[in-house]
Design a protein around this ligand. Sequence first.
Ligand SMILES: [Zn+2]
Ligand SMILES: [Zn+2]
Length: 390
Amino acid sequence: MMSATSEGANQSLANKKRINWLNSIFLIGSPVVAPIAGYWHATTYGIGWAEILIFFIWYWACGLSITVGYHRLFSHKSHEASSALVFLYAIFGAAAFQNSIVEWASDHRNHHKYTDLQKDPYNAKKGFLWSHILWILVDNTSEQDFTNVKDLSSVPIIAWQHRHIFKIGIFVGMIIPGLIGFAFGGIGGGIGGFIWGGFLRTVFVHHGTFLINSASHIWGRQPYLQTNTSRDSFWLAFFTFGEGYHNFHHAFQADYRNGHRWFHFDPSKWWISTFSLFKLNKKLKRAPQGSIAVAKLDGRFERMKSQVIRNNSSADISDFELKMAECRKNLRRKMLELSKKNEEYKKSIAAKKAELGRQITEIKGTLADIRVEISKIFSEMKVTSKTTLG
Ligand SMILES: [Zn+2]
Ligand SMILES: [Zn+2]
């Protein structure tokens, strides 16, 4: 039987974080070694269009597999995707070297559930470095609990990816870019494909994703949610395939968009909506416009209230609060009504179009009949004319 003291000692031992050496060597070494390797390759063999192309294709494929696949599809179920897309996200996601879908989504769901708290794996309150990279260097395999991702681990492609994550990552993320480079440029091209499309690209995708956990919880505005550290940053959206609108995302995490306005730079959102046109994505979730408007209004009102109190401590704000509560209620109601009417309007246009389409087809059918009748008359006349001649 274990004594209370030894139990306590074991407990404190378990709480002591161990370093994951494989992750640490790769994550600390790669940003240093990869640029040196790139420089060496460029000066030894020269860079051709093949290296540049492989770099960009792999950068986008792996980056979008994380933001669209790992994040918005698997972690948040913001839409449904065809098996072909799920497969692509699984193999290029593995090539991003950010763990399997199951592990990534489990961590991420905990991040949303316990934002800024002890159980948040990349708790931003522990500082930039912790949320950016240090949390990955710690070995937490003994604490891993995948009960929050049972819906994912039961999907065959996802379970297969989890079992073979490292092999798939090496093959798709390193060997294939090397082989393509070799096909285009021999030995120099092969090394180039491996360094630019594999090694260096991994560093870029890594730190793009890491910035969402670190910078997006430090710099930027908080228009939709003020109760945690998440922030919206237009600039970060450029390095993160549109994930810089992180305050909106924390407020409306099931929405397939992070930049919800049409002009917000969000390639992940455009990717999802484009494939929905070809029926490869469906059931795209959007937060109701009314809820977004009310969230924004609440933030603005709170800021204004603090300003009034700060500048005029004797001011009575209860009247403003009453008036605003009424406006808030009406705003939500009317925006809901507006979106319903817009939907009806679109449907009515679609119904009208369908009816006109039916009428047009009917007219075309009648026209074809008339043409048949005309050619029949001409044939008969021809026969008649021959008969007369004879
Ligand atoms: Zn976050
Ligand atoms: Zn998220």
